[in-house]
Design a protein around this ligand. Structure first.
Ligand SMILES: C[S@@+](CC[C@H](N)C(=O)[O-])C[C@H]1O[C@@H](n2cnc3c(N)ncnc32)[C@H](O)[C@@H]1O
Length: 236
């Protein structure tokens, strides 16, 4: 386990308790966009892997109740919240704490969901290779990452050196501390072209790619949006 993974775990361990509540408010638009992309592109979704599942609400809402849903997260608190959430929803919880490398027994999936996770992984080429090796031919990877050319990300890039300077200050309000840690550990930001090229290293091709940002009560497509979401396919 790398030290950057430990920082990521610590950050999301502190965020786990309330994560699912975001889907009633701030992240509702994300769920709507991803649902539509899955409706359009995913013919098969019997076996779904939710990689970096967080509290589990996204994966649960994006997969059919009859599907096998495997949820994976590096944060033990997120994995715990996800298991609790899936039980409440009467789903069979298959929740693994770790990353692809530590969850060797995960089955081959029709669909992998990976929402706002790649920005934290240590090695993106390895991530794409491992994801592709767990997809059936014709299977899909729905993944989102920060858009590094957006106004918000340019501003956050300016803040990053200050986040490093604050690294050794122990007593900060939790919100500021979490934002500081996010600025330090969220590293892999892309343009649409870079995102497509990274996935192509593992033989994945783009079915659809959308850049979008938040607006009140939802999201809005547009090149200056802070996020990019893509549906990648593994060739038949
Ligand atoms: C921003 S949250 C997104 C949660 C969820 N996918 C969603 O969109 O609601 C990122 C999640 O990815 C997990 N994560 C980060 N790096 C990971 C890795 N290498 N392997 C597995 N999970 C990881 C974090 O613990 C966290 O729960």
């Amino acid at each position: 386990m790398t030290s950057s993974n430990n920082q990521v775990k610590r950050l999301f361990d502190t965020k786990a308790k309330d994560w699912n509540e975001k889907y009633a408010n701030a992240l509702r638009g994300r769920l709507e966009l991803f649902s539509e992309l899955i409706r359009v592109h995913a013919e098969r979704k019997q076996v779904v892997i939710d990689f970096g599942c967080g509290g589990g609400a996204l994966g649960e809402n994006l997969s059919d109740p009859a599907a096998t849903l495997i949820s994976i997260d590096i944060s033990i608190n997120m994995a715990f919240e996800c298991k609790k959430y899936l039980e409440i929803k009467n789903r069979v919880p298959v929740v693994c704490c770790g990353d692809f490398a530590s969850v060797k027994s995960a089955p081959i999936a029709d669909l992998i969901i990976c929402s706002s996770v790649i920005e934290y992984v240590h090695d993106t080429s390895r991530f794409f290779a491992e994801a592709a090796s767990r997809m059936l031919p014709g299977g899909l990877l729905l993944a989102s990452v920060p858009n590094r050319t957006s106004g918000l990300r340019r501003f956050e890039l300016l803040l990053r050196p200050f986040a490093h300077m604050l690294a050794h200050i122990p007593f900060l309000p939790t919100k500021i501390k979490n934002y500081r840690d996010y600025l330090v550990v969220s590293r892999n930001w892309f343009t649409e072209e870079e995102f497509a090229r990274s996935a192509a290293t593992a033989g994945l091709t783009v079915r659809e790619i959308v850049t979008y940002g938040s607006r009140e009560g939802g999201i809005e497509a547009g090149r200056n949006g802070a996020m990019i979401c893509a549906v990648f396919a593994k060739p038949q």
